[in-house]
Design a protein around this ligand. Structure first.
Ligand SMILES: Cc1ncc(COP(=O)(O)OP(=O)(O)O)c(N)n1
Ligand SMILES: Cc1ncsc1CCOP(=O)(O)O
Ligand SMILES: [Mg+2]
Length: 525
């Protein structure tokens, strides 16, 4: 595995709670959760619901803690160590579930933004039931209190109208599985990550389905999206605790302020790492290996939108041979020409469709900009207007994630244009990567007034993680609120290029501002 990079000095250590059962064998439950939270840089607190006498081959005894013990663990922790995220695992019985749901309802009135992830644990990996389940638990008490539920195929069947848990999962088609996940999202009013690991729709793949329910902090496109998250199947029997690990990893990444989609893909990569390096302990399925924050792209899932009418094309866009360095983004020809004349070698013309000019004026501007780019031997990217960029032979186009859905990437590639793609999260980075663009932009890093953004500023901690994931594959460009006051901090994340609007357009002397930014940027590298 590649050496770990820690960026934890950039943010405070978040507190993550696990409310779950103890696995005396150490591979699952509270023990797996605390190890996971620690690996990912959080501080784990535990609320034990149940003691299990468990090994890798059997569950011999399951005993719930008393009501007083459950409630006192919660109140003691809350008074001193309030959580940034909560994971709920094994609950002993309906009474305990009800008690916790009541406590959570009150907690949520004071901490409405703390995400709660529910792993509806029912069966241990050795196959034994975890609790007295003559009747399945009724999780509807958690409606409105949880952000995400993470059932495996058997749990999904039990929780929905696919009720015959023993027989139906093996017969479930991919379409049944998707229908059940969508039904569960409706039932509980939360997002669902349905784990397909046990269901071999394709024997070489592990395919999970993410059904998003009103997810905050991402684009409209994604907040209600349905996505298959696809990884190569890792051939190991040592998967004891993988469900616990996944849900506590999701809670940990959320606690750092990442959006739900990101928490899920990072957690899946962390589980994949753990499965890849797992060694057996005991005589049954051994625990996952304990690793670190996943920085290898190979461990991350592929994202396949369920309703996508087109799949990523199987080719790569033009490779850029030099760094972009300080990459100005401008909206007028006068400044464009001044910057080109001053020696800028990569630049973007960003004239939005609502800029108050006619279609003919827009085309004329783009045509002139492209001619200027050629005259000064520069790499000129046209923002959004990919048809005009092709028509007039631009060097490249820049597209956002929403633009990608509308654009004809075959035509852009066929015309030999370079392609830059925007991203605002791990999830969007992975999706951009599937198009193999010429560069990927990461934004917005700091608050900006240039554009209204649906996502929050990413900040330096997230930027450093994105760079670590993709720096070996693409030129990466940080954008959003970047200027002289924060240039050194941005540089320290390892990103090699920055795109700037106001730092140049609002400067008294844009040419001098660009020269000074470029000098400072190159000196910091
Ligand atoms: C270098 C660079 N990064 C990001 C953007 C933003 O593109 P997009 O998300 O499509 O938003 P608009 O610029 O079209 O409003 C960009 N243009 N350039
Ligand atoms: C177009 C765009 N996309 C993400 S941030 C941004 C604007 C960045 O502008 P500024 O450098 O003025 O903050
Ligand atoms: Mg755009």
């Amino acid at each position: 595995m590649t050496p770990t990079k820690h960026f934890n000095h950039l943010v405070p250590k978040p507190i993550v709670w696990t409310i779950a059962g103890s696995d005396s064998g150490g591979g699952a439950g509270i023990q797996a959760d605390l190890a996971t939270i620690n690996d990912l840089g959080g501080h784990g607190c535990s609320v034990i619901t149940t003691l299990t006498a468990q090994s890798s081959v059997a569950v011999d005894l399951v005993e719930p803690v008393s009501e007083a013990m459950l409630l006192t663990q919660l109140s003691t922790l809350l008074a001193d160590l309030p959580p940034q995220a909560i994971k709920i695992g094994l609950l002993a019985d309906q009474q305990q579930l009800q008690l916790l749901a009541d406590w959570l309802a009150n907690f949520k009135t004071h901490y409405p933004h703390v995400p709660v992830i529910l792993d509806p644990v029912m069966v241990a990996s050795c196959g034994d039931e975890l609790g007295n389940r003559s009747t399945p638990l009724d999780f509807s008490r958690f409606k409105g209190l949880i952000s995400l539920i993470t059932p495996n195929v058997k749990e999904l069947a039990r929780l929905t109208s696919f009720t015959d848990a023993q027989t139906i999962p093996s017969k479930m088609t991919k379409a049944d599985f998707a229908a059940a996940a969508i039904q569960l999202a409706e039932q509980l009013g939360c997002s669902v990550l349905a784990k397909g690991g046990d269901n071999r729709f394709d024997p070489h793949l592990a395919e999970d389905l993410l059904v998003c329910h009103d997810v905050a902090g991402c684009s409209e496109l994604d907040s209600h999206g349905h996505f298959w998250l696809v990884s190569d199947r890792i051939d190991t029997v040592h998967n004891h605790g993988s469900g616990c690990t996944l849900s506590s990893a999701i809670a940990s990444v959320l606690a750092f302020g990442f959006v739900l989609h990101d928490a899920i893909v990072v957690a899946k990569a962390y589980v994949n790492q753990g499965l890849t390096h797992a060694r057996g302990l005991g005589h049954g399925p051994g625990p996952l290996a304990r690793t670190t924050w996943p920085h290898s792209l190979l461990q991350y899932p592929k994202i396949v939108a369920v309703c996508a009418d087109k799949q990523p094309q199987p080719y790569a866009f033009k490779r850029l041979t030099t760094d972009l360095g300080v990459y100005p983004v401008v909206n007028n020809l006068l400044l464009l020409e001044q910057l080109l004349a001053a020696g800028v070698k990569t630049i973007q013309l960003r004239v939005k469709s609502d800029a108050g000019i006619t279609a003919a004026e827009l085309e004329a501007q783009i045509q002139t900009a492209i001619a200027l780019g050629k005259h000064y031997d520069a790499q000129l990217f046209i923002n959004d207007h990919w048809q005009l960029a092709i028509k007039h032979g631009a060097f490249g186009v820049h597209l956002g994630q929403e633009d990608l859905a509308m654009a004809d990437l075959n035509a852009i590639h066929g015309a030999g244009l370079a392609l830059g793609i925007s991203s605002h999260s791990y999830f969007e980075l992975l999706r951009a990567h599937q198009h193999a663009p010429s560069y990927i932009a990461l934004g917005h890093i700091f608050p900006t007034t240039t554009k209204q953004m649906p996502s929050a500023p990413q900040g330096l901690f997230k930027l450093a993680h994105y760079v670590e994931l993709l720096k070996a594959y693409y030129p990466l460009v940080a954008i959003g609120g970047i200027g002289p006051s924060n240039l050194d901090q941005v540089n320290a994340t390892g990103v090699r290029n920055i795109a700037v609007v106001r730092a140049i357009t609002e400067a008294d002397d844009p040419i001098a501002a660009l020269a000074e930014l470029t000098r400072a940027w190159e000196q910091g590298r």
